[in-house]
Design a binder for this molecule. Sequence first.
Ligand code: NAX
Ligand code: K
Length: 520
Amino acid sequence: MRTAYTSDQIRAAELALMAKLPEGTLMGRAAAGLAAVCAGLLTGVRGRVYGSHVVLLVGSGDNGGDALYAGARLARRGARVVAVLAGSRVHEGGLAALRAVGGRATDLRVPILEQARELIGDADLVVDGLVGIGGSGALREPYATLAGLTAQASGLVVAVDVPSGVDASTGEVDGAAVRAQATVTFGAYKNGLLIDPGARFAGAVEFVDIGLGPYLPDPDVAAPTDEDVADLLPRPGAESDKYRRGVVGIAAGSDRYTGAAVLAVGGAVRAGAGMVRFVSSAEPVRLVRARWPEAVTTIIADPLGADPIEEVGRVQAWVLGPGLGTGAEAHAVARAVLSAQVPVLVDADGLTLIARDRGLLRRDGPTLITPHAGELSRLLGVPRERIEARRLEHVRRAAAELGVTVLLKGSTTLVAEEDRPVRVNTTGTPWLATGGTGDVLAGIAGALLAGGLSCYDAASGAAYVHGLAARLAVRGDPAGRGDPAGRGDPAGRGDAAGRAEAPIAALDVAQALPEALRAL
Ligand SMILES: NC(=O)C1=CN([C@@H]2O[C@H](COP(=O)(O)OP(=O)(O)OC[C@H]3O[C@@H](n4cnc5c(N)ncnc54)[C@H](O)[C@@H]3O)[C@@H](O)[C@H]2O)[C@@H](O)CC1
Ligand SMILES: [K+]
């Protein structure tokens, strides 16, 4: 599990560790690690550090101090280093160290932005030491303009600890922020490096150990890795039969919307359900049977009757909602499914139904909901843009307010359950933003729930394998190996340039599931 923390958590751990060490030790470790990463990147691009142009953007806090000490180390190796002093104060020790080895600082008599514009344009490397975990709110001037100028840099941009303008605790970006190719982070991951929109600004995240480990509390956020997911996925034993592996019931589709049902069933079949029982009206049943003969189907004879799902046999978990419709009949089916005591995953139209009738969520069994930002917006009565800008806050709020496990889909998929770290998914690809992929995800998670996983594990496991399968489908390479911004990057971004990738249809994701599962 890759763990991440808020600024306050990191700061408390640093204070505890610092109390045991001579002054300056931690900054020394941070700067040495930062300089080593910068030197490696410069060598990769230019063949050597010697003679390279390095510009340090230096704020008034310790983040600027790190940049200055690292700059001094690069200057000692022959880099031409200039510090743009952007703050009203500067870390004096760091500035003295830089000057002592021939580094320069901007002339305070000349407007800072004028100097910076030219320097940034010519630099091989820009080091962003404006603000780190001490930052709060939107960047003020001149930091905001400096952050914007880094977009015009022709050389590398490396952020110190966290890209300036990204809220380290939440990933929120309010106004300008530095967009880095790499972020060198100290002691522990910050939430904002894993969660969008912030994660998009961080580039590849390099971790520098400064000895904080023993002082860190329980994490605020955790990102499962291949090993974690492989461990939690159910594997059939010799004594398994379809019931032990789990029977998932899928109540989805309507005569108007049939595709979602086919996709959800496909996700469940391919993710290893022992059996899929599909329940719907005649037309989706016909199509599901044609595409997935493995599924056992039931046509609901009387949706408005006393128990519309009475005819369905034993089920260990339900998926409710894809393509179900939102009328009276769908409501009746939803009520019947949610009155079961087994885990129920609610998606798509099911979410619209519970947004209108929250009483449906008053039930005995565990509930997992899988909204995207628009659906969550209707559930919480909060504008969609606000949810997208503050994903962590809203996924937590939904879990607390609704008393369910919440998987919030989107550019970074999050899973929240009260009193647990929020899980962030690091697989996936922007190509997943296409119709029907959510239905496949619901099927996968349903299969895992039926296999005995908790809502929390089923949701995070499903998001993970769904993302892997999508990568396999878009580039024939589930692990994203050969893509430096892929698996090596904890944020798990895809190849930003979209190289060697092709669009996918949702069914391709379902079809790629077996291979993704084999790759784990
Ligand atoms: N505390 C420690 O033990 C260590 C801290 N380190 C570094 O220290 C950083 C934290 O240093 P600080 O606590 O001094 O804080 P920062 O340097 O992150 O930022 C604080 C400064 O930025 C200004 N500021 C805050 N928000 C701003 C905004 N929106 N616009 C413009 N200016 C803003 C503040 O007025 C203050 O001067 C870490 O991110 C890391 O880089 C490392 O050296 C490792 C050890
Ligand atoms: K920074």
